[in-house]
Design a protein around this ligand. Sequence first.
Ligand code: AMP
Ligand code: GLY
Length: 432
Amino acid sequence: MILDEKGCGYVKVLVVGGGGREHALVWKISQSPRISKIYSAPGNGGIADLAEPVSIQATDIDGMVDFAQKQSIDLVVVAPDDPLSMGMVDALNERGIRAFGPNKRAAIIEGSKVFSKNFMKKYNIPTAQFEVFDNREDAIAYLKTCKYPVVVKADGLALGKGVTIAETFEKARDAVDDCIVNKTFGTAGEKIVIEEFMVGPEVSVLCFTDGSTIVPMPSAQDHKKIYDGDEGPNTGGMGAFSPSAYYTHDVANFCMNNIFIPTVEAMKKEDRTFKGVLYFGLMLTDEGPKVLEYNARFGDPETQVILPLLDTDIIEIFEAIIDERLNEVEVAWKNDKAALCVILASGGYPRDYTKGYEIQGIDKIEEGTDLLLFHAGTKKENGKYYTNGGRVLGVTAVRDDLETAYEDVYSHIDKIYFKDMFYRKDIGKRVK
Ligand code: AMP
Ligand code: GLY
């Protein structure tokens, strides 16, 4: 690390991942006065304008550790779920490299639904009633006793596809067969959770935590379904906004005392101290807020609306979390602002789609601190941008209220064009 005359260090950062979330992270990191260089592995077309791309896949632990060591990286930010669950942070730390993100023992809170459900039960953290199965006969016998709809979940990481909401016994049985008999999700589906179906608005609350101090970020809502009105199959997320009107001061207090603090304390008690971003997927039911899922990382596309609201230097927050002194940092937000992001996707996503179409109009978007274009599945070649994934771009606006942010985002989307471009027209308009 290079030190200035005051002993303040300038850091070389490597960001692992290559989606819209990582572009938002790199964008925020690039504003830190303490940065000397940013690398991104593997990155994307937009990230390449801010960070040096490195062609190492996000799950290549050995490749990433070797690169970080060779380049004397001061801080590695591990953003996606897979490398966290595989132990990338542990591998980096073993070679003396500082890394932001939970270690393998802590990342299990996302990596295994069986772990997280049993954990919540043990510590009385509100969540849906559930049972765990690893054989078909017992699961089917249990399904015959259930109220419908019922929810069937693969234990492990399944690219967001391991959850089935089954309205009928037959559909639930097919979901069990998919996991246990057909092994659609490989080892991730060897065990399953069958749980009660909950009803209510869904809110995401991401928290910075060093294992003791918890700093919640502004609440957000994402839109997982492909079509307007929350119709069609699930996607990685078609848009998001922040804050959520459902997440009132009283709800926030309840969640802090009955969900966030108990979770972080219990993880420490289990010798799984969680350091990083802990994402609480919440459902606000008639019986009160309950945990739908935990994620061990920033959400996508939530990050694209939350980080534009953050005033504090994110490097300062990351370093404080690693050193377990988050209590010393005053984390400031634009509390009087709202942010909204709409994802522009490839036609056919989340099923089959074509890559490699030229993207036009990116230069017509006048970016600033209140209008941002985050790349996801894009690549840059000879100065031009091409589609390279299902979710291609995210347009974010930061305004005084969600209504204005909505108008602003949609008025800019018209400037962008690529063949078969598709996007939802109702982001932030959902009333449930
Ligand atoms: P998960 O990956 O566990 O977050 O599940 C994906 C999505 O499925 C969630 O965002 C919810 O919309 C829905 N979901 C999961 N579990 C339940 C449940 N118990 N009741 C109702 N909806 C659920
Ligand atoms: N937006 C949901 C997720 O990142 O898992």
